[in-house]
Design a protein around this ligand. Structure first.
Ligand code: NAG
Ligand code: NAG
Length: 188
């Protein structure tokens, strides 16, 4: 898949691709930009060859930027959310997924600069437990530091109205402009 953790496999990649076991495939965006103080909706979807069972579970972990280890901060099982108690995201996590729709997304409110880093979405659907987790690099940027965003949105809507592809074009234009902006911001 294009969105998944393509770089996760590393040397294991051939192993994964040569043995086509039943496997959960997890998809997330690779990178996201979130303004400080706003909510981050972390999308994660998956496919499984097995029927989604009541034993299915989702876990989310976080690897802060520059840190070597990951901490598990959220677990969802059997219709219940288990947010960690003494963790950076205490009281800020909302389960927004729906396992029947193969959606394992969560939302984290009031994002702060220290929350930038990699968020890992892992889904198990026994007996389908071979998973390549999805990884999202979240960049928390200063609020109002993305002035191109509304302009892109307007441009997208104008172009989109003409061509009749409003949502698609505005999304693409926004993403491209946001990405370019942020590259500039962090490269120098
Ligand atoms: C976002 O960060 C800026 C700069 O540090 C700060 O002034 C502002 O209060 C923050 N906004 C929120 C909502 O936390
Ligand atoms: C991520 O957050 C840390 C801690 O606040 C900060 O030092 C670092 O510059 C941030 N990195 C990016 C890419 O925003």
């Amino acid at each position: 898949d294009k969105c998944g953790g393509g770089r996760l496999g590393g040397k294991n990649e051939p192993w994964f691709s040569s043995i086509q076991l039943s496997a959960v495939e997890v998809s997330t965006p690779e990178e996201m930009f979130v303004e400080n103080g706003t909510d981050a909706k972390l999308p994660c979807t998956f496919t499984s060859v097995e029927v989604i069972s009541s034993a299915a579970s989702v876990s989310w972990s976080f690897q802060p930027e520059g840190a070597a280890t990951r901490i598990s901060f959220f677990y969802y099982f059997n219709g219940r959310s288990y947010p960690g108690k003494d963790l950076p995201f205490k009281d800020r996590i909302t389960w927004t997924g729906d396992l029947n729709k193969k959606d394992a997304s969560i939302s984290i409110s009031n994002m702060q600069f220290r929350d930038n880093g990699t968020y890992i979405c892992d889904v198990k659907n026994p007996p389908d437990i071979v998973v390549k987790p999805g990884e999202i690099r979240v960049r928390v940027v200063e609020k109002d530091s993305l002035p191109a965003f509304p302009i892109a949105m307007v441009a997208g809507i104008v172009i989109g109205t003409v061509t009749g592809l409003t949502p698609l074009i505005s999304i693409v234009v926004c993403l491209v402009i946001r990405k370019n902006n942020s590259k500039k911001r962090y490269s120098g």
